[in-house]
Design a protein around this ligand. Structure first.
Ligand SMILES: Cc1cc2nc3c(=O)[nH]c(=O)nc-3n(C[C@H](O)[C@H](O)[C@H](O)COP(=O)(O)OP(=O)(O)OC[C@H]3O[C@@H](n4cnc5c(N)ncnc54)[C@H](O)[C@@H]3O)c2cc1C
Length: 389
């Protein structure tokens, strides 16, 4: 049965909480990963779980540009075993709740707020986690408001609030795509965008709709890719929007072999340089759609790294250095494949939940439903593992 999580423009704000001294499980971040994880731990009846959030529930989604929409569609297909692509649990559906197929950031945040309400998850906010320190029996979290001790820590602080900025000399003359709220307000007539994947194309369409001339400078040409992985090729929605904009003769120029190596400002003019010596000029600030370094940079030193610099995790998504420290969300990998979308990374919540439940001697039977609903991918104790992607 689908839980009737209703849309509400008056969704309650996260409840303020005093800083607890000791918790059983601390989940860092109240985005889809943290709340979906909290939901699993609630299903397992694990006591003493707190979600520690620096801003508010769904904070990253409130920071999206107003016109930006989910690229993955929502559809209330849960009853037939096909969970809404953007749901954080198999028994909820943003499409059902909000009657929308491609949600805005604020709409999705309201779905998360209602999820917290329905499951009565315990959110402590505002509290900013700065670092952590393993102890003999648990982990100490260092926060802006003091320390908290937790037996288990699940890092779910996401990517969006940690942009990849210093990607080239002169980056400070640009603006990262995640810092723009309204395309119509963006200064200048000709805008250069560095990066041609989803964020870059979304920015280009938003700016072109606002009457700007846009040039996209990208190392590769995702708009030409026919890769089957939607985290490599453009999503159907973005491809459709781009094609429509080009057919309407919007001023969008796609330059797909531009390896940008530097930006310089000379008075009012900004020059963007590519590795092969080409130069583009603008009187505005280039937009850096260059992705995210991610929140896990805060806790880098508690993970081993592979040759590509990715954190090495156990089969249970746990640090190989700190027992009881787990990572969930879009920048972890499963079988070397990044779990970029919500419908991908939500399949690992149950693995972490199972691990914690087993260590606490708590019955994992409630996870049977997760297996049968395609919300349980991998894990050594999985009886019916899904095939690797
Ligand atoms: C424009 C855009 C469109 C997207 N479209 C889609 C889509 O269509 N489909 C899809 O599946 N995915 C989409 N994504 C990706 C999706 O939004 C992310 O994968 C998802 O938000 C990740 O969830 P998360 O909970 O890990 O991180 P977040 O949503 O970023 O949540 C992390 C939370 O942690 C909090 N936090 C951060 N640091 C700290 C700290 N130090 N201490 C305490 N709290 C902290 C933040 O305030 C935030 O509330 C899109 C992303 C963008 C930017």
């Amino acid at each position: 049965m689908t839980k009737q999580i209703a849309s509400s423009t008056n969704a309650r704000l996260p409840k303020d909480g005093d800083l607890p001294e000791l918790v059983n499980v601390a989940i860092i971040g109240a985005g889809p990963a943290g709340i979906g994880m909290g939901w699993v731990l609630r299903d397992l009846a694990i006591p003493g779980v707190k979600i520690l959030e620096r801003k508010r529930i769904g904070a990253s989604f409130y920071l999206w540009p107003q016109t930006t929409r989910f690229i993955t569609p929502s559809f209330p297909s849960n009853a037939f075993g096909l969970t809404d692509l953007n749901a954080i649990s198999f028994d909820s559906s943003p499409a059902y709740a909000l009657k929308r197929e491609h949600l805005s950031g604020a709409e999705y945040a309201s779905y998360l707020e209602e999820a917290v309400e329905v499951f009565d998850l315990d959110i402590v906010t505002p509290i900013d986690i700065k670092d952590l320190q393993p102890q003999a029996n648990g982990i100490t979290l260092h926060t802006n408001a003091g320390t908290i001790r937790a037996r288990f820590v699940i890092w779910a602080a996401g990517q969006f609030q940690y942009p990849n900025l210093a990607v080239m000399p002169g980056w400070e003359h640009g603006v990262h795509s995640s810092q723009i709220r309204q395309w119509t307000d963006y200064p200048g007539e000709t805008i250069l965008i560095v990066g041609g994947y989803e964020s870059g194309i979304d920015a280009a369409i938003g700016l072109a709709n606002a009457g700007k001339k846009v040039k996209i400078l990208s190392r590769t040409a995702p708009w030409e890719s026919d890769d089957t992985d939607p985290s490599v090729a453009l999503s159907p929605l973005t491809a459709q929007r781009l094609n429509a904009a080009l057919q309407q003769k919007q001023s969008i120029e796609l330059i797909g072999n531009a390896d940008i190596i530097g930006i310089e400002r000379l008075g009012e003019t900004v020059k963007v340089h590519s590795a092969d010596g080409r130069v583009w000029t603008t009187q505005s600030f280039p937009i850096l759609a260059t992705g995210f370094s991610g929140s896990a940079t805060l806790i880098d030193h508690w993970f081993e790294r592979d040759t590509e610099g990715h954190h090495i995790l156990t089969e249970r998504d746990e640090s190989t250095i700190v027992s009881g420290l787990f990572r969930i969300g879009p920048d972890i990998r499963y079988n070397s494949v990044p779990l970029a979308f919500i419908y991908e990374f939500r399949q690992r919540f149950a693995i972490v939940g199972q691990t914690i439940a087993e260590r606490l001697g708590i019955d994992t039977a409630p996870l049977e439903a997760y297996r049968s609903r395609n919300m349980f991918r991998g894990g050594p104790l999985c009886k019916n593992p899904s095939p690797a992607p």
